[in-house]
Design a protein around this ligand. Sequence first.
Ligand SMILES: [Zn+2]
Length: 273
Amino acid sequence: MPILEYHLIGDKDGTYSREVNHFRRDIQLLYDRGYRPITVAQLMDKKFDIPAGTSPVVFTFDDASPGQFRYIEKNGQLEIDPNSAVGIWLDFNKKHPDWKNRATFCLLPAAKAGHAFFGEKGIEGQKSEWRFKKVKFLADQGFELCNHTLWHAQLNKYPDAFVLEQIARGVMAIDSAVPGYKVRTMALPQGLWPKNRPLAWQGSWTDKKSGRTIRYAHDGVLKVAGSAAPSPFTAAFDTHSMPRVQVIGNAIEKTLDRLEATHERFVVGSAKP
Ligand SMILES: [Zn+2]
């Protein structure tokens, strides 16, 4: 099953950027070829709410940039920018109700250059006070919120205490936006594992200021690269180390073509657990 990985959605294509119209085409292509979206959590739970005869695809969005979810202020009203990933997605959902609001957003609450819950401090016109509203909106619509750490530190370079703080504060920030939200998925910044690998899925950290202890237990960890993930009904599927397909060039077409050529495409209703 393909777990697609997007970063910036904007005006050009690149290793970490998808041009807006190409993003639109990606959705249309997957739809036309019989794919329907699910979240990482649904993949791990093996619970796909997609019609029999279709195939699951997972969209993941890393780094919480404004291009993924941008507001436009019009006469005091906030509108979702139709050229941001969320705007494009919701528009497609409106025209194709069987393309549901199922995607996984791997968030950064406090990284540089607007990578803070989709923008702040006027970057790309985004106000800091819109941050929690966006995160809450995504959760309310059925999208999954995923932890991508506090500010994207390279976890392999730091001692355990620092790693715990980076990961726990990612969870804490999501909880501030959506109180009680259970974060189940974590994406490793740049795919780099902490020296103590199990810290990626479980740990706790105590905030010295408040004395509050934050515990986290991620069911799943996403890597940066790889190919389509094995079916979750097979022993090869490891939730603690899930591969992703970086959407660069025609990576989606290539992946779908290969899955068909090797008869490895997963189709709901045709496979027995
Ligand atoms: Zn990232």
